[in-house]
Design a protein around this ligand. Structure first.
Ligand SMILES: [Mg+2]
Length: 163
C-alpha cells in the first residue's frame, strides 16, 4: 500500500481560497482536485494527519467536502508531530511508500515531505513530484529551503495568518 499523510490547512486551502464568512474549516475545490489527481497517478490512499482530525467539526468538514481518506493518524498530545505518523506506520507494516504533504516542516524530521506554500496550497508540480516519489521513480522530496521558511514565518507573524 502507498500512503499520503495529509495536512489540510495550507495544502487543500490557501490564502487565495475565498472564505467570506471566515469559516475555520474550508477546502478549495481546485486544490482538492489536485489531490484526487495525485491519488489517480499513484494509487495511494490518504491518512489524515491534519489537526482537523481531532476536532469533530473538522472531521465533519473533511467528509462534507469529500476529502477521500481511509484513516487518521492517532491523537498523541504533547508529542512531536512525527510521532503519530511513525505510530501509524508501525501498525501498518504493508506500507511500501509514503509521503507527507504539509505546509509546515516542524517536528517532521526526515520524513519524505512535500511542502506547499500556504499562499498556493498543493500545486500541479507537486502532484507530479509526489506521484513520482510514490511510484518509486525518485527519492527526491520537496522541502522549502531554510531561508524561504524563515521568510514565510516572518510573513505569517506580520500578517497574523495561522496555517
Ligand atoms: Mg498546515
Amino acid at each position: 500500500m502507498k500512503v499520503i499523510f495529509l495536512d489540510i490547512d495550507g495544502v487543500l486551502n490557501c490564502k487565495r481560497t475565498p472564505n467570506p464568512r471566515k469559516f475555520p474549516f474550508i477546502v478549495d475545490p481546485a486544490l482538492l482536485n489536485r489531490l484526487k489527481r495525485l491519488l489517480e497517478l499513484s494509487g495511494a490512499k490518504v491518512v489524515l494527519a491534519s489537526n482537523w482530525r481531532y476536532d469533530p467539526a473538522g472531521m465533519f468538514s473533511a467528509r462534507h467536502y469529500g476529502v477521500p481518506f481511509i484513516d487518521t493518524t492517532p491523537d498523541l498530545p504533547n508529542q512531536p508531530r512525527c510521532n503519530p505518523i511513525a505510530d501509524w506506520l508501525q501498525r501498518h507494516p504493508d506500507v511500501e511508500r509514503f509521503v507527507v504533504i504539509d505546509d509546515e516542516d516542524d517536528e517532521l524530521d526526515d520524513l519524505p515531505l512535500f511542502q506547499p506554500s500556504r499562499s498556493t496550497g498543493i500545486t500541479e508540480e507537486m502532484v507530479r513530484a509526489a506521484a513520482d516519489y510514490l511510484n518509486g521513480k525518485t527519492d527526491k522530496d520537496m522541502r522549502h529551503n531554510k531561508l524561504v521558511r524563515i521568510f514565510q514565518n516572518l510573513g505569517s507573524l506580520v500578517s497574523g495568518h495561522k496555517g
